[in-house]
Design a protein around this ligand. Structure first.
Ligand SMILES: *[C@@H]1O[C@H](CO)[C@@H](O)[C@H](O)[C@H]1NC(C)=O
Ligand SMILES: *[C@@H]1O[C@H](CO)[C@@H](O)[C@H](O)[C@H]1NC(C)=O
Ligand SMILES: *[C@@H]1O[C@H](CO)[C@@H](O)[C@H](O)[C@H]1NC(C)=O
Ligand SMILES: *[C@@H]1O[C@H](CO)[C@@H](O)[C@H](O)[C@H]1NC(C)=O
Ligand SMILES: *[C@@H]1O[C@H](CO)[C@@H](O)[C@H](O)[C@H]1NC(C)=O
Ligand SMILES: *[C@@H]1O[C@H](CO)[C@@H](O)[C@H](O)[C@H]1NC(C)=O
Ligand SMILES: CC(=O)N[C@H]1CO[C@H](CO)[C@@H](O)[C@@H]1O
Length: 390
């Protein structure tokens, strides 16, 4: 678990580039990283039509803030069942993670997706919410949703290799990776200098520099970023020398300015150019207990569509819009509204946010929506196309 030699292996891919056996060694090293990453990445398949290459239909000079980008909230949770939680208990319940207070809740509270990353990419998803923290031994960056560890092998570095590999085969496409430090993972976990240094190193090493767009604090055009990753930095490297924050590419969304659970955040990502992002991230529905699935879903649908209407209006056409259609009310009694109930409804009688969004978006085809983050998107055929507007 948490094999420290992985970075060395990854660097070998580069070092090997000089030798005659390079291509063979490099390919095998990548396959090894993809194998470690498999619990989050899934199995690699390539595809060169339809939603796999939808960005090829759009021109190079298209401004990114004018685009519609389907995304996924809490990407890494796709396979988090009770079986997964139980199989990781030897780590999460071990002495190194801390007190009983850090025992996870039922698995369905954490699960927000049901497809692995490669399937999401082939299905048209281009923005990914990724939440990292140190594994319990403080040796590598892994994925959590709160206290729920998602895999014992898949590291941030492995997942990046998955994106690099996919982009090599899909040079018309671009992906947006939102990285956020996940707190409340283990009792002692901290977003300390060691975490920040490892993240910085992973996102700026030689291989990363080939795939991560160097553009900083602005968005540019689609042509600028084809075949590349755009970092959406929901982290601040405040414990590293100032040169780290000054040299890391991508667009900064300071966590301190991202108001928790807000339906309408205004965040300035570039003071010089007055680059403004409007964000809807109302995820925990604040209705009284017992309000039931229909009303909880209606509230979230309201918050999301109010924000999307704003995105569609001329008045804000030059600002970035980032709306989360994902939500939960896990603390509701007698029965919780888990992410899947909010997204897909509670059975045949109450439809979820996703079912309600599909016709709403289709009726307004041609509008600018911006980035739209979904839970359980694949269950509603046509939803990704409706977000893109094709
Ligand atoms: C998904 O989870 C199940 C249950 O924990 C596990 O057996 C399976 O290997 C996982 N799939 C992947 C691709 O990791
Ligand atoms: C991991 O780091 C935290 C924060 O510095 C520390 O409290 C904890 O003891 C470390 N855990 C291990 C297993 O080294
Ligand atoms: C972020 O919030 C701080 C106050 O907490 C404020 O001074 C600063 O201007 C804000 N920055 C952005 C980029 O919105
Ligand atoms: C779904 O939620 C509604 C309340 O919004 C409730 O009346 C209905 O019984 C629930 N259905 C199921 C299958 O739980
Ligand atoms: C949702 O929005 C509509 C229209 O703005 C409003 O009439 C309705 O009361 C709202 N419902 C909820 C549950 O917020
Ligand atoms: C969001 O905030 C902006 C700026 O304060 C405001 O103009 C806009 O009307 C708000 N939108 C919604 C949907 O509340
Ligand atoms: C698989 C492969 O190409 N192996 C070659 C690696 O390089 C040595 C010498 O440089 C060759 O002898 C191997 O055949």
């Amino acid at each position: 678990m948490f094999v420290v030699t992985l970075l060395a292996l990854a660097l070998a891919v580069n070092a090997a580039a000089a030798s005659t056996n390079s291509s063979n060694l490099g390919q095998q090293a990548v396959q090894t990283l993809l194998q470690y990453g498999r619990p989050i990445l899934g199995d690699y398949t390539s595809c060169n039509e339809g939603l796999c290459t939808w960005m090829s239909q759009f021109p190079d000079d298209l401004s990114i803030v004018r685009m519609n980008i389907p995304g996924v909230h809490d990407t890494a949770t796709w396979n988090y069942s009770q079986t997964t939680q139980d199989s990781l208990e030897h780590i999460t319940a071990s002495g190194i993670t801390g007190s009983e207070a850090y025992q996870p809740e039922p698995a369905e509270f954490y699960r927000c997706q049901d497809q692995p990353i490669f399937e999401m990419l082939n299905g048209g998803i281009r923005a990914f919410d990724l939440r990292y923290a140190f594994d319990p031994t403080n040796s590598s960056l892994v994925f959590y949703h709160s206290a729920a560890l998602q895999s014992e092998t898949a590291t941030v570095q492995d997942i990046l290799y998955g994106f690099y590999h996919w982009l090599d085969d899909h040079p018309s496409e671009a992906v947006f990776l939102s990285f956020m430090y996940e707190s409340s993972t283990t009792e002692w976990a901290q977003n300390n200098a060691a975490v920040q240094q490892m993240l910085y190193g992973t996102l700026t090493n030689d291989v990363a520099q080939e795939y991560i767009s160097p553009i900083k604090d602005r968005f540019g055009t689609l042509g600028d970023i084809r075949g590349k990753i755009v970092l959406l930095r929901r982290f601040t490297l405040d414990l590293l020398p100032a040169s780290a924050e000054a040299t890391i590419p991508g667009v900064h969304f300071p966590p301190s300015n991202w108001t928790d659970n807000s339906p309408n955040i205004t965040l300035i990502y570039n003071l010089q150019t007055n680059g403004i992002a409007y964000i809807e991230d109302y995820y925990e529905i604040g209705l009284p207990n017992g309000a039931g699935a229909a009303l909880n879903i209606q509230w979230k649908f309201n918050a999301t569509t109010a924000h999307l209407e704003m995105a569609a209006s001329e008045q804000w056409k030059d600002s970035l819009f980032w709306s989360f259609a994902s939500s939960e009310h896990d603390t509701d009694v007698p029965s919780p509204e888990t992410p899947i109930i909010q997204a897909l409804g509670n059975g045949t009688d109450v439809p979820g946010v996703n079912q309600k969004l599909l016709p709403w978006l289709e009726a307004r085809k041609g509008s600018r929506w911006g980035i739209v983050m979904l839970d359980f998107f694949g269950n509603i055929p046509g939803l990704v196309k409706a977000v893109i507007g094709i």
